[in-house]
Design a protein around this ligand. Sequence first.
Ligand code: HGY
Ligand code: MN
Ligand code: MN
Length: 429
Amino acid sequence: MNPENAPAPSSPAPLSIQGDRLYRSLAALGEIGSYVDPHTGLTGVCRLALTAADGAGRRHVVAEMRAAGLEVTVDRIGNVFGRRAGRDDALAPVMMGSHIDSVATAGRFDGCLGVLGAIEVVRTLNDAGRTTRRPVVAAFFTEEEGARFGTDMLGSAVATGRIPLADAYAIRDRHGRTVREELEAIAFVGERSELLEPPHAYLECHVEQGPVLRAAGLDLGVVTGVQAICWHEVTIVGKSAHAGTTPMSLRADAGVAAARINLKLRELVASGRFGAELRATMGVIAPHPGLINVVPGRVTCSVDVRNPDDAILARAEAEVVAFYDEVAKLEGVSITHRRTARTPFVPFAERLRALITAAAAARGLSHEPIVSGAGHDAQELARACPAGMIFVPGEHDGISHNPRELSTSAQCENGVNVLLDTLLSLADE
Ligand code: HGY
Ligand code: MN
Ligand code: MN
């Protein structure tokens, strides 16, 4: 090595994580809540927030945190923090984290990479006998997915003051169970205040969950921000009636009304009136009674609309809401909707993006800026402190919220090594 490139005598040798240890920890957590999909034969993960499987996953990760020497605390919304002391222990910590709750048809990487990656960073510091100036915290947040209780980033939104704890406790799942009851059922109602002392900075390593990085042959994404998100829960009430005897002219068919709304979502995107980046999805379509010979009298469905531009999203949402009234008249049904999530475009801190970019470059890893299509806890932490995200590419077009989700050991190792480097820059300042 050319002498002037050698690290200055005082700077410690650069550290690297143990990629195989990280990948084994992802596999081990992925066993908890795993299932075999009867249609595809694929093994997926189902750890919906605050279910017994989530509770088991939580206890497993808490044990991993403790085995890495972290002091673990739990707050009143069930967010979990593993703390490693710093030389100046009174300073605000640098936090790394994500979530371990999953959708019902998940893979092993969404969220888990950021939590287990944070613990792997701590193990690497331990192995090297390295103490940072600031304390370091590895964390996971409650119900990031929103798949069970209907609003995403719930735990980190409470921790940063966007959602009051009492409101969060009262949210019910589709079976009427409340967040509070379900936290108690898995014994994760903690003592610690739910309002987070602002960290010095927050970092999250996460799979991209899309095709961009892999298609471009890039090692990493430096996330510039998270696009704006809008969720509605829509209730359509028509009239259950006999499928054979009821003339079409006498029907109030909630199923057809839902179908019209679903097609409208597709039309909004295809029209180009909202630019090229609008995304709209009806993920939940639940007819009642859901029987072959009964015209559905009631349908509960969901609307998920997203765009990087807040103003465009607002226009699109207004058009959807106006369409609810149109369909109600057309089909002779009543349509009500509840906005269950609404987050603006959230930019990430320039300074952290620059540190992540420099760390990737120093390791010779190819990287590009990228906007996140998915919501993340980092967008909530960005309200409390400078936040940044590192994206890792995924195989199979980066598919996610699907058992085929897959990032290779090398892809995960690259992401968490850059997480380590960025952490060290921040934790020693
Ligand atoms: O919906 C989302 O974007 C995230 O996966 N919760
Ligand atoms: Mn996620
Ligand atoms: Mn997700």
